[in-house]
Design a protein around this ligand. Structure first.
Ligand SMILES: Cc1cc2nc3c(=O)[nH]c(=O)nc-3n(C[C@H](O)[C@H](O)[C@H](O)COP(=O)(O)O)c2cc1C
Length: 233
C-alpha cells in the first residue's frame, strides 16, 4: 500500500502548516508514503483542449507531467492546501483541475481510491477540505476524513501586522494586539489539530489494510455523484 501526500503550500516546508499536517497524517497511516510539495512547481490549470479524452493522458507540458505516475501508482492520497481568499490556493486548484485527464470514457484509473483532505488557513482551513473532497469525488475517490487547522497568516511575520488595517492580525484581534513568538498560530502547537491528523491517518491506514474494496467504493461514489448532479439541475 502506498500513499501519495501532497502539500499545496507555497511556503517552505519548515513553516508551512499544510506540510506539517499532511506529514503528521501520513505518518499515522502506518503505510509507505511519498510526500511531495507543490512549492515552486509550475502547474497550470486545465485549458479544456480535450487532448486527454482519447487516452486519459494530459498533453500539457509542465510540472504536472512528473506527477502523473505518482498519482496513478498510489493507492490513496493525503492532499493538503492552504486557504487563500476562502478558496484553495492557486497551485493546488490547478493540480486538482488537471485530474480531468483521468475522467474520460473507461478511465477508471483512480476510481474507488481513498483520500484524506487537509486544509489550513490563517482563520480556517475547513473550506479547503470541502473543495478538495469535491474535486476528488469527480474521480470517484472517497474522502474518508478531513483535517483542518489554523496556521500563521503572513501578517504575523510581515513586520506590519500589528497596525495593518486589512491584515489578519488586526481583523482577528483588533488594534493594539502585540505579536509575540508564543501567540503566532502553529498547527504543531495545537494538540487537538495534531490528534485529528493522527486519527485521520490511522483511519486511512485501517481502511487500506482491512476492507478496501475499490469496486464497492466506486459504486458508492458513483451513486453519490449522480445524486449531486440531479440536485444541481
Ligand atoms: C494570498 C493569501 C490569501 C489568504 N487568504 C486567507 C483567507 O481568506 N482565509 C484564511 O483563513 N487565511 C488566508 N490566508 C492565510 C493562509 O491560509 C495561512 O497563512 C496558512 O497558514 C497558509 O498555509 P501554509 O502555512 O501551509 O502555507 C491567506 C494567505 C495568503 C498568502
Amino acid at each position: 500500500m502506498k500513499i501519495l501526500g501532497i502539500s499545496g503550500s507555497n511556503r517552505k516546508n519548515e513553516i508551512s502548516g499544510t506540510y506539517k499536517l499532511v506529514k503528521e497524517t501520513l505518518e499515522a497511516t502506518g503505510c509507505e508514503y511519498e510526500l511531495v510539495s507543490l512549492r515552486g512547481k509550475c502547474i497550470n490549470g486545465c485549458i479544456a483542449c480535450l487532448g486527454c479524452v482519447k487516452d486519459n493522458v494530459c498533453v500539457i507540458n509542465d510540472g504536472m507531467e512528473s506527477m502523473r505516475d505518482l498519482i496513478v501508482e498510489a493507492d490513496a492520497y493525503v492532499i493538503g492546501a492552504p486557504n487563500y481568499y476562502t478558496m484553495l490556493n492557486g497551485v493546488t486548484h490547478c493540480f486538482l483541475e488537471r485530474f480531468y485527464q483521468f475522467r474520460h470514457q473507461e478511465g477508471d484509473t483512480l476510481w474507488g481510491k481513498l483520500a484524506i483532505a487537509v486544509g489550513v488557513g490563517g482563520v480556517q482551513g475547513q473550506i479547503c477540505c470541502e473543495q478538495i473532497e469535491r474535486f476528488l469525488a469527480y474521480n470517484f475517490i472517497e474522502t474518508v476524513d478531513v483535517v483542518s487547522g489554523q496556521g500563521a497568516a503572513c501578517c504575523y511575520t510581515c513586520g506590519y501586522g500589528e497596525t495593518c488595517k486589512v491584515g489578519g492580525v488586526v481583523m482577528m484581534h483588533g488594534e493594539g494586539y502585540k505579536i509575540t513568538k508564543e501567540n503566532i498560530p502553529d498547527v504543531a502547537k495545537c494538540p487537538k489539530t495534531l490528534e485529528a491528523a493522527r486519527n485521520a491517518g490511522r483511519l486511512l491506514g485501517e481502511r487500506l489494510r482491512n476492507d478496501h474494496d475499490r469496486q464497492k467504493v466506486t459504486q458508492k461514489m458513483q451513486q453519490f455523484m449522480m445524486e449531486k448532479f440531479k440536485e444541481s439541475t
